[in-house]
Design a protein around this ligand. Structure first.
Ligand code: TXA
Ligand code: MG
Length: 338
């Protein structure tokens, strides 16, 4: 049941209860178009302390403030650059987060003590309805425990943190499926801090200037260690089951070897399951990046429940539109194998 589905925003009582809960310092999980968020009143130190506790997140790790309208940018950020308004007019509401110089009112618990703040207007109607009814900023990391996969359904939220929040608003499966693109506009040159489904090249087109990409790239040339992750990647976006990303040309050879060792395997491939692997847990992934991203975390959660020794994921294509997916896969594999 989805009590707050977009077409059912007339269910005022649930929305009112969520607003009331936020106003009294409690936590509300809510859908956004990217992933579900774990929301707290961004103006309440007590609510933020509760958020960090439930999330089991290290302090000093900043959170995104969600706002209902770009009008509120200047409440949270100081000296908002023209570039921010340009991007807002094109991409908000939507899956883009902007990092800007913080204004004096922003609590240290939001920014991790940094002099910047991350802001986003999400476009999911339930998120927007909640933000507009609440009228203030909602600090919301993804609604998973720290280091786990981001939830893309209300059921996944419930299994991560369900008992520790006042309300989980159910808006159905998230449309985008992976976290927002984060662009830092607080420096001299715009920089992508986290790739997402709004691509660097789209941001460049709007700003009409070059945008730096923080290096999240990887090489998948090494035969024995495909898609090797660079050192120092945070433990993030990970299933519990070890995971490895493998070029298509090496997948079946590797499977034969591991199968001979008695390993129970799960696979995400672009191909249909070959007859030879009839007994293997095998998901055929969509060949376009938008559908792939939509399904990704749900697929990994599903495979994580299959009691396998290893999840093998066929390498995605090299094109720019797959970059955010490659980023998430590498992080997940890094955690599992490193
Ligand atoms: O799609 C999303 O962005 C989702 C939904 C719920 O909006 N949220 C999300 O939040 O992914 P979280 O907390 O899981 O990831 C936020 C990222 C973190 O990597 C954090 O370091 C970064 O945003 N961040 C937050 N504030 C920042 C700041 N002031 N400067 C740089 N990075 C910041
Ligand atoms: Mg997260």
């Amino acid at each position: 049941m989805h009590p707050l589905l977009p077409q059912n925003m007339t269910d005022r009582s649930l929305l009112d209860r969520a607003v009331e809960a936020l106003g009294s310092g409690q936590l509300v999980a809510f859908p956004t178009e990217t992933v579900y968020g774990l929301g707290a009143d961004a103006g309440s130190a007590e609510a933020l302390a509760r958020l960090y506790k439930v999330k089991q997140r290290p302090e000093k790790h900043p959170v995104i403030v969600h706002i209902g309208d770009s009008d509120q940018l200047a409440d949270w950020a100081e000296a908002v650059p023209e570039s921010a308004y340009k991007l807002a007019s094109v991409f908000w509401p939507g899956p883009l987060t902007m990092v800007l110089k913080r204004s004096a009112q922003v609590l240290d618990q939001v920014t991790g003590g940094q002099d910047t703040v991350a802001l986003r207007v999400p476009r999911h109607p339930v998120a927007l309805g909640l933000l507009r009814a609440f009228g203030r900023g909602i600090a919301a990391p993804s609604a998973n425990r720290f280091g786990h996969l981001s939830p893309t359904t209300a059921e996944a939220v419930a299994s991560e943190i369900g008992s520790q929040v006042a309300i989980v608003l159910d808006g159905g499966p998230c449309q985008v499926g992976i976290e927002s693109t984060i662009v830092n506009l607080s420096g001299a040159v715009p920089e992508i801090l986290r790739p997402g489904m709004i691509l660097g090249q789209e941001i460049e087109a709007v700003l009409a200037c070059a945008v730096r990409a923080k290096d999240t790239t990887v090489s998948d040339s090494a035969a024995d260690s495909p898609l090797r992750a660079p050192g120092g990647l945070p433990r993030h976006y990970a299933p519990e089951t070890p995971m490895q990303v493998v070029p298509a040309s090496e997948l079946e050879k590797l499977m034969e070897r591991l199968d001979a060792e008695g390993m129970r395997l799960a696979v995400i491939s672009f191909a249909a399951r070959p007859e030879r692997w009839a007994k293997t847990v095998w998901l055929s992934a969509p060949g376009n990046s938008i559908d792939y991203a939509h399904d990704l975390y749900g697929n990994l959660r599903y495979l994580d429940r299959q009691l396998c020794h290893l999840i093998l994921v066929e390498s995605p294509p090299e094109e720019a539109e797959w970059a955010p997916i490659r980023d998430r896969l590498v992080r997940a594999a890094h955690t599992a194998t490193g």
